[in-house]
Design a binder for this molecule. Structure first.
Ligand code: SF4
Ligand code: FES
Length: 254
């Protein structure tokens, strides 16, 4: 696509978590179809700054689909209209010249708004800290193939490990459930020999932390899988449920 585009933006502006927010209209003029969505916001922010106003706050870091920071709800979909694409990898050629684009933050009780489009996703960090690790001295880098792992198992663990912790699954879910994220983190370790240490306490502690953070329950609607930019499978939730019940039923805790 050549030429430039003009768009109307409706952006959620909110000073902080204690102040009510509202949608504010902006014109995005002279947008190149080859710009990423975040570059388009950068250009709009330059205009806002020139006018002496506060720029739109939004999260970003790697801008290449691996850090999970760019959490925006665009036209009613987490990460925008394309499947398997994060906001930072979404290009303006996915929109029409003259289109109105609605941009909101993730909306979930466990992800409170910090400012404008930035939400606090530290609940995910606390879930990871509750058990998403292996607490043994692992030494130096082991020789390749020192621990033989069947290809199909390695592939499944790798697929689970591609979760970038963006939170789109929570934002897409009508219950604001974090089950897809937590199950990916549980699965990537439960599937591998290296993750057998603390296997039971890991799932118990991560699920307990997930509940404490205020995420909702899973009701199997599948919106999380449909909107996940990394294609994390619902089968991880089934695995986490098996891991959890097995851990609880054989737990020595009273
Ligand atoms: S499961 Fe998918 S949507 Fe959820 S945090 Fe991981 S990558 Fe993001
Ligand atoms: S900015 Fe890192 S995934 Fe988008």
């Amino acid at each position: 696509m050549s030429g430039s585009m003009n768009l109307k933006l409706k952006v959620w502006r909110q000073k902080n978590g204690n102040t009510p927010g509202k949608m504010v209209d902006y014109d995005a003029k002279g947008v190149s179809p080859d710009m990423s969505f975040l570059e388009m916001l950068d250009v709009v922010n330059e205009d806002i700054i020139k006018k002496g106003d506060q720029p739109i706050a939004f999260d970003h870091d790697c801008r290449e689909g691996i850090c999970g920071m760019c959490s925006l709800y665009i036209n009613g979909k987490p990460h925008g209209p394309l499947n398997g694409v994060t906001t930072c990898q979404l290009h303006m050629r996915s929109f029409q010249d003259g289109e109105t684009v609605v941009i909101e933050p993730w909306r979930a009780k466990a992800f409170p708004v910090v400012k404008d489009l930035v939400v606090d996703r530290s609940a995910f960090d606390r879930i990871q800290q509750a058990g998403g690790f292996v607490s043994v001295g692992t030494g130096g880098v082991p020789d390749a193939n020192a621990i033989a792992i069947p290809k199909v198992v390695a592939d499944e663990a790798f697929d689970a490990a591609t979760c970038i912790g963006c939170g789109a699954c929570v934002a897409a879910c009508k219950n604001a459930s974090a089950m897809l994220f937590v199950s990916a983190k549980v699965s990537q370790l439960a599937l591998l020999p290296q993750g057998q240490v603390e296997r039971k306490t890991r799932v118990e502690n991560m699920v307990a932390q997930m509940d404490e953070e205020g995420f909702g329950s899973c009701t199997n609607t599948g919106a999380c899988e449909a909107e996940c930019p990394k294609g994390i499978s619902l089968s991880n939730i089934a695995r986490m449920n098996r891991e959890f019940y097995s851990a609880v039923l054989t737990s020595e805790k009273v």
